[in-house]
Design a protein. Structure first.
Length: 237
């Protein structure tokens, strides 16, 4: 079977409604494509980061949890609906079809779906230096474009890409490299923060809070180590 992304034939056109789609965790999301010509089969594929496209669902498939397939034959449109969307549903989704009587499959150009958590966390910024190279790390934020709000380096963050800390963690990291003399990485709220006597125990602090703090420290150390290792490999190339 021949597989292609679009066809030169005017009879076999497959077009997604949107190239980029964003939604919040828990929303119902609908991805749509329209086509021309006659078809035998219609499909949806999902491509996670650093993976190849994987079959997801086709018309007349058995019911799949949270997924539904709808086909409007009169208008020649078909839709993938994802209910209770999760952050892990973030991926590129491809509509695909098999033309009537043809031994080939045609894929649309794909729709990049980003599902963001409802809880919002602002980025923390850290300046990293190694062998004369300086980088600014934005970490721990829940909106993939949150670092664009940096008052000094918005343009640099706009030219780089935020990446998930891990597939199962709905937080992002983003790194930019700074020129010599640039050191305004850390952001400050500009507000006066009262000092607290850290030697006096606060009875309202639970063991769970302490455990979460410890995990965040471990996570941050891991992030910094990975960034420094990446910088070293990048510099050595």
């Amino acid at each position: 079977m021949i597989v292609s992304f679009q066809s030169g034939s005017s009879e076999d056109v497959l077009t997604p409604f949107k190239d980029v789609l964003m939604a919040l965790e828990g929303d119902t999301v609908t991805l749509s494509c329209n086509y021309s010509g006659s078809v035998d089969y219609l499909f949806w594929y999902q491509q996670k980061s650093s993976s190849s496209p994987q079959f997801l669902i086709q018309e007349h498939s058995e019911k799949i949890e949270r997924l539904s397939f709808n086909h409007d034959k009169q208008s020649k449109k078909f839709h993938l609906q994802i209910s209770s969307a999760a952050v892990t549903d973030s991926a590129v989704y491809y509509c695909a079809l098999r033309p009537a009587g043809a031994n080939k499959m045609i894929f649309g150009s794909g729709t990049r779906l980003t599902i963001e958590p409802r809880a919002e966390y602002e980025p923390s910024y850290f300046k990293l230096q190694h062998d004369g190279t300086t980088a600014c790390l934005a970490t721990g934020f829940s909106r993939h474009n949150a670092a664009l709000g940096h008052r000094n380096y918005s343009n640099l963050f706009n030219d780089s890409e935020a990446v998930r800390i891990s597939p199962d963690l709905a937080l992002y990291n983003q790194v930019i490299f700074l020129d010599d003399g640039e050191d305004a990485c850390e952001e400050s709220s500009g507000e006066d923060v009262p000092c607290v006597d850290t030697m006096s125990p606060d009875k309202t602090v639970s063991m769970a809070s302490v455990a979460v703090l410890g995990l965040r420290v471990i996570l941050f150390k891991t992030i910094v180590f990975n960034v420094l290792l990446t910088m070293r490999l990048w510099i050595s190339q």
